[in-house]
Design a protein around this ligand. Structure first.
Ligand SMILES: NC(=O)c1ccc[n+]([C@@H]2O[C@H](COP(=O)([O-])OP(=O)(O)OC[C@H]3O[C@@H](n4cnc5c(N)ncnc54)[C@H](O)[C@@H]3O)[C@@H](O)[C@H]2O)c1
Ligand SMILES: O=C(O)C[C@H](O)C(=O)O
Ligand SMILES: [Mg+2]
Length: 583
C-alpha cells in the first residue's frame, strides 16, 4: 500500500499525547494523519493493547513503578487507560489511589515527569480568574487540596497534587465523568513541611504555610473565580488540615462539599447500616468509641447521629452514644484544655472527673459495641484492644479507617485472628481476603470512593445549586441498599468494588432525588422521570471508554469525514471507525 500524503488537509501538529501514534489507528487514519509508517504495522484490538499494558505492569516491581506506568498510560492514551482500569478496577485502584497514591505524594517532587492539573499560588491572588483561562477544557468538577493533610501523612504542600489527580481518575472510572471535564487543583500556599521546603527538588513555594485568615481570603477569591469561569462547576474539598470553616463558609453559595467530612461520613454510615443489622444488637444498645477526633472522625459520627435519629433515637440519645479519644485522651468537657470547636458537641460530661488516657481502660469503662479508627496511628488497635472487643461482643464492629495502609489502626488479619473471625470489619485502605475456619473472609473497604463519585455526578446531572445534607445522607442510604443478594448472603458490608459503576448509578439517583426534594436542582425536567427512567438517563450521560474512538480525536474524524465528502463523524468512512469503537 503506498504511503499516503495528507490530501486536502490543513497542516496538523502531531502529538504523542492525543493518540496520533495509537496502534489501533487503521491504515486510513494513519494516512490522513501522516503517521503511516511511523508506527509498527499491526492494527491492534483493545484486547491486544490491554494485554501489553498488563504485561508491562507486571514487569514493574514496585507499586510506585506501576503507578508511574499508569500515569504515563493515562497521559498518552486516555481511553485505553480507562478501559484497562475499568476491567481491572479491583487490582488497579490500589495503584492509582490509596494506598500507593500516598507514597506517590510523599515522593511527588522526585517522581514528577509531566504536568497534570493546575497549581495556584499565594502570589497569584488577585489574578486567579485570569489564570483559570489557561485551562484548556470546560470543567464539570474540580477536586481541590492545599496539601496540608494528605491521608494520614501530614502536610505535603504541592506534593499533595496526587490526591486530586487520583480522586478525579476515580470520578471517571467509577461514575463516568468525562476525563476532560475534571480539573485537579492544588493550592500552593506554602507548607509547614520544613524538609520539603529545603529539598532542592520540591516544586512549590518555599515559604511557611499562610495563616488561616489568609487562606480564607484566597479561597474566597478562588471559589468566586471558579464559579464565574464555569457556572455549574462542582467543587470538592479534599485533605485540608482544617476544613470545618470551608463547609460552613461556602455550602450555601456554591455547589461544594468536603469529601473527608461529608463523603467519609456517608460511606461509613452506608457500611455501618449493614454492620448494625448483622450485629444482631438493637440500635439503642450500641455504643461507639472513636479513636481520632479530627475532621473525618467527627464527620462520620455526625452522619451516624442522623442515622440513629432516623432509627427513633432523640438527638440527645444519639449524641451520647459516642466517646471520642484524641491525642490528649478522652474528649471531655472538664479536661482542662480548650477543645477545638468541632469536638465540643461530642465532649462527655459524665466522666465523673476521670480522664481516660488509655484506649484499653476506656473500653473497660464504656464497654463499646463499635470501635472506629480515624487517628492516623497505625497499629493503635493492638491485640489486647481487639481481644477486649471480642470478649464484649458476639460481632464487634471494628473499622480502622485511617489511610494509607501503614496508618491503618489494624490489619484485617489482626482483626480476624484476635476476634476469632467474628468482627464486622471495614478499613479505609484495602486488605486481602483471608481464610478462617475453612471460610474465605473478605474485608469491607470503608473508603469514600464508594460515594464521592455518585455525589459529584448527582450534583452535576441535577445541576444542583448546592450540595445539601440530605444529598449526602441519601448517598449513604443508597449505598447501603446497593448490595446484591450474593453480597448480602456473604455478609458483606459494602458491594464488590468491581460493580462500582452500577453502584454509582444507584448513589447518583439517590443524590438527585434528594436534590429535588430540597429544591436545589436546576434540571427540573428530571423530576418527572421514574426511577428506571432516571437510571437510564444517568447511564446515558456516563463516559464510556468503549464508545470513544481510540484517541484519534474529533478534529481528525471531522477532517476524514470532510475529505470523504461526508458530514459529521467518521463513523463508517471506509470502515475506519466501523471497528474503532469496539476494537
Ligand atoms: N476511610 C476513609 O474514607 C477516610 C476518609 C477521610 C479520612 N480518612 C483518614 O482518617 C485519618 C484522619 O483524618 P482527619 O481528616 O480526621 O485528620 P485530622 O488531623 O483532622 O484528625 C486526626 C485526629 O487523630 C487524633 N490523634 C492523633 N494522634 C492520636 C493518638 N495518638 N491517639 C488518639 N488520637 C490521636 C488527633 O488528635 C485528631 O483528632 C487520616 O488517616 C485519613 O487518611 C479516611
Ligand atoms: O483518600 C482516601 O483514600 C480516603 C480519604 O479521602 C482520606 O483522606 O484518607
Ligand atoms: Mg481525603
Amino acid at each position: 500500500m503506498p504511503a499516503a500524503t495528507r490530501p486536502n488537509l490543513p497542516p496538523r501538529q502531531l502529538s504523542t499525547t492525543s493518540g496520533d501514534y495509537c496502534s489501533s489507528n487503521t491504515p486510513e487514519i494513519r494516512k490522513y494523519l501522516g503517521t503511516y509508517g511511523l508506527t509498527p504495522p499491526a492494527v491492534e484490538s483493545f484486547e491486544v493493547q490491554s494485554q501489553r499494558c498488563l504485561r508491562l505492569l507486571a514487569m514493574k516491581t514496585t507499586p510506585i513503578e506501576k503507578f508511574q506506568y499508569l500515569v504515563h498510560l493515562k497521559a498518552t492514551n486516555v481511553h485505553l487507560f480507562y478501559r484497562v482500569l475499568g476491567e481491572n478496577i479491583k487490582e488497579l485502584t490500589p495503584l492509582i489511589y490509596t494506598p500507593t497514591v500516598g507514597e506517590a505524594c510523599v515522593r511527588w517532587h522526585e517522581i514528577w515527569t509531566q504536568p497534570e492539573g493546575m497549581y495556584l499560588s499565594w502570589s497569584d491572588r488577585g489574578h486567579l480568574r485570569q489564570i483559570l483561562d489557561n485551562w484548556p477544557h470546560d470543567v464539570d468538577i474540580t477536586v481541590l487540596t492545599d496539601g496540608s493533610r494528605i491521608l494520614g501523612l501530614g502536610d505535603l504542600g504541592v506534593n499533595g497534587m496526587g490526591i486530586p489527580v487520583g480522586k478525579l481518575a476515580l470520578y471517571t472510572a467509577c461514575a463516568g465523568i468525562r476525563p476532560d471535564g475534571t480539573l485537579p487543583l492544588c493550592l500552593d500556599l506554602g507548607t509547614s513541611n520544613k524538609a520539603l521546603r529545603e529539598d532542592p527538588l520540591y516544586m512549590g513555594s518555599r515559604t511557611p504555610k499562610v495563616t488561616a485568615e489568609q487562606e480564607k481570603e484566597f479561597l474566597d477569591e478562588l471559589m468566586a473565580a471558579l464559579t464565574d469561569k464555569w457556572p455549574s462547576i462542582v467543587i470538592q474539598f479534599e485533605d485540608f488540615k482544617n476544613p470545618f470553616p470551608a463547609i460552613e463558609r461556602y455550602q450555601n453559595n456554591y455547589t461544594m462539599f468536603n469529601d473527608d467530612v461529608q463523603g467519609t461520613g456517608a460511606v461509613i454510615v452506608g457500611g455501618f447500616i449493614n454492620a448494625i443489622k448483622a450485629s444482631g444488637v438493637p440500635v439503642k444498645d450500641h455504643k461507639a468509641i472513636f479513636l481520632g477526633a479530627g475532621s473525618a472522625g467527627v464527620g462520620v459520627a455526625k452522619q451516624i447521629v442522623e442515622f440513629f435519629k432516623k432509627e427513633g433515637l432523640t438527638e440527645e440519645e444519639a449524641r451520647r452514644k459516642f466517646w471520642f479519644v484524641d491525642s490528649n485522651g478522652l474528649v471531655t468537657q472538664d479536661r482542662g484544655d480548650k477543645l477545638a470547636e468541632h469536638k465540643v458537641y461530642f465532649a462527655r460530661d459524665d466522666n465523673n472527673g476521670r480522664q481516660y488516657q488509655s484506649l484499653g481502660r476506656l473500653i473497660d469503662y464504656v464497654q463499646p459495641t463499635i470501635l472506629m479508627g480515624l487517628s492516623t496511628i497505625g497499629g493503635a488497635f493492638t491485640k489486647d484492644i481487639l481481644q477486649k472487643m471480642a470478649k464484649l461482643n458476639d460481632r464487634p464492629i471494628v473499622f480502622p479507617l485511617s489511610n494509607p495502609s501503614s496508618k491503618s489502626e489494624c490489619t484485617f488479619e489482626e482483626a480476624v485472628i484476635n476476634t476469632e473471625g467474628r468482627c464486622l470489619f471495614a478499613s479505609g485502605s484495602p486488605f486481602p481476603a483471608m481464610e478462617w475456619d475453612g471460610k474465605l473472609l473478605t474485608p469491607g473497604q470503608g473508603n469514600n470512593m464508594y460515594v464521592f463519585p455518585g455525589i459529584g455526578l448527582g450534583a452535576i446531572i441535577s445541576k444542583a445549586v448546592s450540595v445539601t445534607q440530605d444529598m449526602i445522607y441519601a448517598s449513604a442510604e443508597s449505598l447501603s441498599t446497593s448490595l446484591n443478594k450474593q453480597e448480602v448472603a456473604d455478609g458483606w458490608l459494602y458491594p464488590d468494588i468491581r460493580r462500582i459503576r452500577e453502584v454509582s448509578v444507584v448513589v447518583t439517583r439517590g443524590v438527585i432525588r434528594a436534590a429535588q426534594k430540597n429544591g436545589v436542582d436546576r434540571a427540573i425536567e428530571l423530576r418527572e422521570l421514574s426511577d428506571a427512567q432516571l437510571d437510564s438517563y444517568i447511564k446515558e450521560r456516563m463516559y464510556d471508554p468503549y464508545n470513544e474512538r481510540e484517541n484519534i480525536g474529533d478534529e481528525v474524524n471531522q477532517l476524514i469525514a470532510t475529505a470523504s465528502g461526508m458530514n459529521g463523524h467518521a463513523n463508517g468512512v471506509n470502515g475506519i471507525s466501523a471497528g474503532v469503537a469496539h476494537l
